[in-house]
Ligand binder design. Sequence first.
Ligand code: SAH
Length: 466
Amino acid sequence: MKYQKNDKVVIKIEDMGSSGEGIGKADGFPFFVKDALIGDTVEARATKVKQNYGYARLEKVITPSSFRVEPVCPVHRQCGGCQLQALSYEKQLEYKQKKVQDALMRIGGFSRETIDRITEPVVGMESGFHYRNKAQFPIGSDKNGNLVAGFYAGRTHSIIANTDCALGVPENREILEIVLAYMRKYHVPAYDEKTGRGLVRHVLIRKGFVTGQLMVCLVINGKKLPSAERLVAALAVIPGMTSVSYSVNEKNTNVIIGERIVLLWGKERIEDRIGDIMFSISPLSFYQVNPVQTEKLYGVAAEFADLKGNETVWDLYCGIGTISLFLAGKAGQVYGVEVVPQAVADARDNAARNGIGNASFFVGKAEEVLPEKYRREGITADVIVVDPPRKGCDERCLATMLQMRPEKIVYVSCDCATLARDLKALCAGGYEPERVRAVDMFPMTGHVESIVLLSKLHTKQNIEVE
Ligand code: SAH
């Protein structure tokens, strides 16, 4: 083996990996270096060496990349949230575009020619900061036993104290200071993952960007929050405060929010608007975190679906029905499918409050509901939109989509590796990719959202599996 752990290496970074880490070679041997940027020459220390590649920790930037910018956040390196803050925003967009394209070629098996032909310009933001409408801050103790709120350091559960995240809303800081002051004054302990003792685990904060409404939900390891009225009195005076609640999570798991929500003050849900549609959102429901880009993303989805007015549209993994309701005005009938019952309740409520009568929602797994509705009830599809979580679509879901043979499939994805895998299966079953567009929903991070239009091949002979 060429190198060993703890060796010092000098590396010119020539590429970036799928989590935003720098990739370069030392004497022809490739290393992955977190926090090193494309164009940097760095000094790094090997932390792990495998047969054909290694990992190294950045120690010094010898020659900085011309794409380096001054990071806004003082803890950007320790915190696991932002991987790309030191990279110029323009270069971030280029990186994300390439990440999607590479996945489609490498995992999806599409040719460079096809990908170049169907890729449309990445949709970026004007400012890549303060875009998040939601934050979940873990609460814990630092080494000296002081209460802290912040974020987990990358790949760990140690908390980096930070109440003022550069991606979040300014209200986060005031809310967290109030929660911490209340905990100190009334001796409310933070939860300790190791022992399973203590009470307050996380603080979830959500803001409706258009309405200004704020939601605070404390996740606790217990059934009651002591002196809750004191906390409520301090939070309720913040302008926009609409909902204060707690969520019971007594399990020793990585899932943040517990299923039971207890309202302490105000309303159970907050409201927000996307385009012309008003949405009500409960603490348990998924709601896109970047509302400015969400509107653009749904705009692209609508453009790709290109509805004429009488189509039957399925919106699989529909959350609170955002895409369904966004498309309902141009469709004959929309069916949404979502596994979280609370989100489906929100979706139905959202349809009613916006006077939308042609959208129905089903609770359940897409891979179970879709086959059942198709086989038992004979419901067909002209357009199927899917927006699955990172693991992508279940095989049974893809198989049913292929049997239903909609004219178009619009695939919205937050993980281009599973997107590429699923597209390969769909294209092997008689579809071809027509348009691809990346949308930057998560500036400063290595994550990228993308959206693909597939259309049905009319002659089986033309099936393009490359
Ligand atoms: N389209 C929505 C939500 C996308 S997030 C929006 O843009 O807001 C993905 C959603 O899929 C989440 O709401 C999650 O609860 C749901 N989900 C996860 N697994 C699922 C499954 N197997 N079947 C249906 N929904 C699922």
